[in-house]
Ligand binder design. Structure first.
Ligand SMILES: [Zn+2]
Length: 190
């Protein structure tokens, strides 16, 4: 798949809840391959960003599947970890605000409060139950992606926060957006 297969707001599917995967069959394998190819194609067209993660809903498939890049620092590492039916089973640590973007929210970034430590339970691609304790940026990524499987986007969390919306300038800097002019009446908030 290609970057054009990634749906963006105001596509209503993004606010729908995904369904549990019951059997990990060839069709799930195919879904994962499509998610990876679409994300890598998106990344190949971005100079300042990494295709960190994707949820299946973002290619308009309502199954609880997410992929997260194994290496956030190195663009040449194009491998992803797959988590099926992921859920946060424990929120830990402090709540921290930091920047997030989303492949389904074009040109808008946000400063989003998240727990800085979470325990996640999921199944791997072989169907084994796995538990991961994630901290820092990885904890943030898990919360962002698991929110997607529940029909929630980062902009929904900060929709009332007037100073938390940003855009990326051509040279890769984040610049605050006017809430009144750019956000309040826009199609990204429900
Ligand atoms: Zn996202």
């Amino acid at each position: 798949m290609h970057k054009e297969d990634i749906i963006t707001l105001p596509n209503a599917s993004l606010r729908k809840k995904s369904k549990r995967v019951k059997f990990i069959d060839d069709d799930v394998q195919k879904l994962v391959a499509n998610m990876v190819s679409a994300t890598l194609d998106w990344e190949a067209n971005r100079s300042h960003e990494i295709g960190v993660a994707l949820a299946a809903v973002q290619i308009d498939d309502l199954r609880r599947v997410i992929i997260i890049k194994n290496n956030f620092e190195d663009k040449t590492d194009q491998t992803y970890q797959v988590y099926i039916n992921p859920k946060v089973i424990k929120y830990m640590g402090e709540i921290e605000e930091d920047f997030e973007g989303c492949l389904s929210v074009m040109n808008v970034y946000g400063k989003v409060p998240r727990h800085n430590k979470v325990k996640v339970e999921a199944q791997d691609i072989e169907g084994n139950t796995i538990r991961v304790t994630a901290e820092g940026f990885l904890a943030r990524v898990f919360q962002h992606e698991i929110d997607h499987t529940n029909g929630k986007l980062f902009v929904d969390i900060i929709k009332d926060k007037e100073n938390n919306f940003y855009q990326l300038t051509k040279d890769g800097q984040l610049e605050e957006l006017s809430y009144e002019k750019a956000i309040k009446q826009s199609h990204i908030l429900r």
